[in-house]
Design a protein around this ligand. Structure first.
Ligand code: PLP
Length: 453
């Protein structure tokens, strides 16, 4: 057993066993990791178990998770209620095809989603991952206009700095510079990109007519292209992977208004922001808007299994269904997977009964008090906070290999990219655990080697 203690910040000299070394060697040589080179990969850490807010590595070190495994583990790891839901469902059945068959876990989940999401959303497509949910949303929008005999309306309008997933239609609405547009240029759909929203969440929208100017620029795009626009897609309030940019609700309101005005469908990609992360159940609530189509994913199952959903209005569902094809043209093999739906139901029940909003608020307050002051550090460009999200933008990019190693040595799991050191911890994270995360961030900011490329 390890006697490693996080609080001391000491790095125990725990070594991998021969068997663990073999596993890691195989991993390094044969297995792709997200956005990682196979010829010169950064090291991956072998995980033994995870509990609450802690991940235990094979070497025995316990590290505090600041990432919620990419926005998803909102209730913490190894949660008894979620475990139970998974086990109980597996005793009945784990999966049946969704073509011609249906089941209570999927029906209950759809009822819950319809009830908790904005009022226009009444029809549910349950799919396997966030990217697929975005593909489904874009296909719905295009098929909607085809069914209305307006085939010319088949393009997307979005804003720069967005991220919507890694599949082709999703890629085609990711930021054209930071995204993957150069490599796949030949085959990507050509969509329209408005400037990224600039007025920040906590800024005064009316100061210097900044807000007004932004909307004028956006409206010009709608005005010029609406004849060919099927939909406008945006991450409400927080642009996540595209830079943790937190923008003003008035901007989101204006997007929604312009969509109505120019007869363009509004798609809200709530995959990162949904289920409480920003302090509201859905980030759309900050602007009091009700989208035509909405994608959810990531935290839907509390981080247990891959599951996502695309919700749409009755009008969209009926128009598609009454069109020439007579149905919506999509249907993945694992659609409505019962295990995933059962865990999602348990996770949503937890949200309905626990103190998530209070917890997120407490995290936000703590970040505001203790992460915000890092703005005074010479290496820091900006600090951004909303709900259970905190981001430190540095002036220079981080050295991934060095900084990752240091974070693990400091007893935390934080995975920066580019100039962003950011955390979105599980909602159950205590002040003491938050302190460890922030102390670690403050420490690496003082270490030159973490910023030398
Ligand atoms: C993560 C993410 C996606 C893609 O979800 P995957 O499950 O990784 O396919 C899409 N949109 C947003 C906003 C995301 O954060």
């Amino acid at each position: 057993m390890s006697t490693f203690k996080i609080a001391t910040g000491l790095h125990m000299n725990n070594k991998h066993t021969e068997q663990q070394k073999e596993l890691l060697n195989f991993d390094r040589e044969n297995i792709w990791h997200p956005y990682t080179s196979m010829s010169s990969p950064l090291p991956s850490y072998l995980v033994k178990s995870a509990q609450g807010v802690s991940i235990t590595l094979a070497t025995g070190e316990e590290i505090i998770d600041g990432m919620s495994s990419w926005w998803s583990v909102i209730h913490g790891y190894n949660h008894p209620v979620l475990n139970k839901a998974l086990i109980e469902q597996s005793k009945d059945f784990s999966h049946v095809m969704f073509g011609g068959l249906t089941h209570e876990p999927a029906i209950t989940l759809s009822q819950k989603l319809i009830k908790m999401t904005p009022k226009t959303l009444e029809r549910v497509f349950i799919c396997d991952s966030g990217s697929v949910a975005v593909e489904v949303a874009i296909k719905m929008a295009i098929q909607y206009w085809v069914s209305k005999d307006k085939k010319c309306k088949h393009k997307m309008l979005t804003v720069r700095n967005g991220y919507h997933g890694d599949t082709f239609a999703a890629m085609s609405v990711c930021d054209p510079v930071n995204g993957m547009h150069q490599i796949f240029e030949q085959v990507l759909f050509k969509n329209h990109f408005a400037p990224a929203p600039q007025v920040k969440f906590h800024q005064d929208w009316y100061a210097d007519d900044q807000g007004e100017k932004e909307i004028t620029a956006l409206e010009a795009m709608f005005n010029e292209h609406h004849h060919e626009l099927a939909a406008f897609i945006i991450e409400p309030i927080v642009q996540g992977t595209g830079g943790i940019r937190i923008y003003h609700p008035e901007y989101l309101k204006a997007c929604h208004r312009l969509c109505k005005q120019y007869d363009v469908l509004f798609i809200a990609d709530e995959i990162a922001t949904g289920f409480g992360r920003t302090g509201k159940m859905f980030a759309c609530e900050w602007a009091n808007i009700s989208p035509d189509i909405m994608c959810v994913g990531k935290a839907l199952t509390g981080g247990y299994l891959s599951l996502a959903a695309t919700l749409c209005s009755t009008d969209i569902a009926n128009t598609i269904s009454n069109g020439e094809a007579g149905c919506f043209m999509h249907g993945p093999t694992f659609m409505g997977n019962a295990l995933a739906c059962a865990v999602a139901n348990a996770s949503l029940d937890l949200l309905a009964t626990n103190q998530w909003q209070q917890n997120v608020l407490t995290i936000e307050k703590y970040l505001q008090e203790h992460l915000s002051p890092l703005i005074n550090h010479s290496r820091v460009q900006d600090v951004r906070i909303l709900g259970a999200i905190g981001a430190v933008e540095t002036k220079q990019p981080v050295n991934m290999a060095k900084i990752q190693k240091r974070f693990v040595e400091l007893g935390v799991w934080i995975r920066p990219f580019g100039k962003l050191i950011y955390i979105m911890p599980p909602f159950i994270t205590t002040r003491k655990q938050l302190k460890s995360l922030i102390v670690a961030i403050a420490a690496v900011l003082n270490e030159d080697e973490c910023f030398m490329l």
